[in-house]
Ligand binder design. Structure first.
Ligand SMILES: Nc1ncnc2c1ncn2[C@@H]1O[C@H](COP(=O)(O)OP(=O)(O)OP(=O)(O)O)[C@@H](O)[C@H]1O
Length: 588
């Protein structure tokens, strides 16, 4: 079975919709094409009985019957065309809608870590462009392809019945043409993959170039990137020329071989000229329909381009659908308590081991801080609790129950988050903070914002808390975004708090205010926080010092200083930095 048909069947299966309408549409399309070729044979049959082709008199010859048949054929053709299109369109839109819903549902169930690893641009291009291509294939291309194949086949059967010798001359080149078409397809597929890869990589480079242009220009490095881009463009040009030269050559060979059939037809007709069986009407029929037979086959080559794009898109969609979803448990009821425990947890990104044998406990209502050098695995450790990914071995418990036992939406009800990467949405400040707790009143939202230190910047916005902040909050600074994220967590008031660099991008005064708000919010809650500034965590009930994916030290601030290990060293280093900064400020 051709790959194209297999891909279509896969999409139909995944969409879980009945393809009946699409099949009816295709069948009607074939019927329409059959009706469109019938008049040629009717005319031939008619001519056989008509002077000067036959010796019959005009008395014998009847105009009425063929005329009625012609009208029926025309009306039938129009009806089939209308109903075929209607069925194909309705069936295809229904099917692709369901396929899209299936994709969205699958995306919703993927581990959150996937979205950090995959480029959002790539994902959205798969979800929009590739699905649109599938839609086009089902609404137009399948019908056109079927017509391109069915019309010549129907014609061929009829022509063989009329005169097998002339038909053979016309059709004998078809197997050779198919061979050339297949070769063209293979060449385009192989070289097309290389081209696609080169184009994708270059697009990524262009996006990086544009977004990093400010830094590149400030450091005088823009020319280096332009050089790299030029190399990529040259590579795309070379790959594209190769595909066109080889693939395009094969397509031309396919067309030439098909048209060779016309030449053979003329030669055989000349050779059979004296033959009594070959009537002028039959000869006329072959002359008239020979191009009609070949035209759809010549068009078929053009559909290959769309077909290949569809196949590549379908493969990407299939890869997305094959990505394993987050394992969901059935539990919805709350845990008995809100302690957290990691037991022998190890985690790797692909084959890169990030965390090894992590084992610790955060008793309910206490604060555990995670510190350590950059790249030690602090954020990864925190993200495992939010089930961004599942560990490869070991178990994480909430209230003594394995996290995997819960349905993820139930589990997230017990967590409040403040992460480095704050996601905001087009809408007002109130709308954005209300994501923390659906149904919270404006008063509650504004209170949460005030406690997170948002008042100072919100009062300068034109419409205060009702100000719309644009897509992903482009109008706000990093620190302002962070404060809105804290307001969300305050509003959520969940028993377990996950904080990752909550005060990373705010000034000293705001830092102080936010730390106070967080201290107040954290009261009585189970808190896991990642921090770089050790000052912010010295009052934590427990500090985990992570190094190269392992818990290197564990204890309170005083215990760790006394231990005089990695933590003590980090602490001393930070003290020196603070001192240097203070001296710098004083001299300024
Ligand atoms: N999505 C990812 N795919 C592959 N490797 C990753 C991914 N995210 C992080 N890593 C790697 O995992 C390791 C730990 O990263 P992580 O962000 O957890 O460290 P961290 O201690 O929080 O670092 P930092 O303090 O700099 O934020 C790093 O070596 C990082 O390169």
């Amino acid at each position: 079975m051709p790959e194209f048909v297999r891909a279509c069947l896969r999409v139909i299966r995944k969409s879980r919709r009945s393809p009946a309408k699409i099949y009816v549409g295709l069948l009607l399309r074939v019927a329409e094409r059959a009706f469109s070729i019938a008049p040629y044979f009717l005319a031939w049959y008619w001519l056989l009985d008509m002077p000067p082709f036959a010796a019959a008199t005009s008395d014998h010859f009847s105009w009425a019957v063929p005329a009625v048949i012609l009208v029926v054929l025309l009306l039938g053709q129009m009806a089939f065309s209308y109903f075929s299109q209607m069925n194909s369109f309705l069936g295809s839109y229904d099917l692709t809608l369901s396929y899209r819903e299936r994709l969205i549902d699958h995306l919703r169930q993927l581990p959150l870590g996937i979205f950090a690893r995959q480029r959002v641009g790539q994902l959205s291009s798969v979800m929009t462009d590739d699905v649109k291509r599938l839609e086009d294939v089902f609404t137009h291309l399948t019908a056109e392809l079927l017509a391109a194949v069915s019309v010549p086949v129907l014609f061929a059967i009829c022509l063989i019945w009329v005169d097998w010798r002339l038909a053979l001359a016309l059709l004998i080149t078809w197997p050779l043409a198919l061979f050339a078409l297949n070769a063209a397809n293979r060449i385009f597929l192989t070289l097309g993959r290389g081209k696609q890869l080169a184009v994708q990589e270059t697009s990524g480079l262009i996006v990086e170039f544009i977004s990093g242009l400010r830094t590149l220009r400030l450091f005088g490095r823009a020319h280096v990137w332009i050089g790299r881009l030029d190399q990529r463009f040259a590579q795309i040009r070379q790959v594209s020329m190769g595909a066109e030269a080889w693939g395009g050559g094969s397509v031309q060979a396919y067309r030439a071989v098909l048209e060779l059939g016309l030449l053979l037809l003329l030669l055989v007709a000349g050779w059979l000229a004296g033959d009594e069986d070959l009537t002028p009407a039959t000869w006329l029929l072959f002359v008239l329909v020979s191009y009609k037979v070949l035209d759809p086959l010549l068009d078929a080559a053009a559909y290959l381009v769309e077909l290949r794009a569809m196949l590549q898109g379908e493969a990407r969609l299939q890869r997305l659908l094959d990505t394993p979803v987050l394992r969901e448990g059935a539990r919805t009821e709350p845990p008995q308590h809100f302690s957290v425990a990691y037991r022998q947890v190890s985690f790797a990104y692909d084959s890169k081991l990030i965390l090894q044998d992590i084992d610790f406990e955060v008793p309910q209502g206490t604060v555990t801080a995670i510190v350590g050098p950059s790249g030690a695995g602090k954020s990864s450790l925190l993200h495992l609790l939010a089930r961004f990914d599942d560990p490869q071995s070991g178990t994480i418990y909430l209230g003594g129950t394995d996290l995997n036992a819960w349905r993820s939406d139930s589990l997230y009800r017990y967590f409040g988050f403040v992460f480095q990467d704050v996601q905001l949405f087009e809408g007002s400040i109130l709308d954005n903070v209300r994501i923390g707790r659906d149904g919270a009143s404006d008063r509650e939202v504004i209170d949460a914002c005030s406690r997170a230190g948002c008042d100072s910047f919100v009062q300068n916005l034109p419409e205060g808390y009702a100000t719309r902040i644009g897509e992903n909050g482009q109008q706000l600074s990093g620190g302002e975004r962070q404060r809105l994220s804290i307001a969300r967590a305050i509003l959520r008031d969940a028993p377990v708090l996950l904080l990752d660099e909550a005060t990373a991008s705010v000034d000293a005064q705001s830092q102080h205010d936010i730390e106070q708000a967080l201290a107040c919010l954290s009261e009585g809650k189970t808190v896991l926080m990642v921090a770089h500034r050790l000052n912010a965590v010295r009052h934590a009930d427990q500090i985990l010092v992570l190094d190269q994916g392992r818990v290197h030290e564990k204890g309170t601030h005083q215990e760790l200083l006394k231990h005089d290990g990695l933590y003590a060293e980090l602490w001393r280093r930070q003290e020196v930095e603070i001192h240097v900064e203070a001296c710098g400020d004083a001299t300024n």
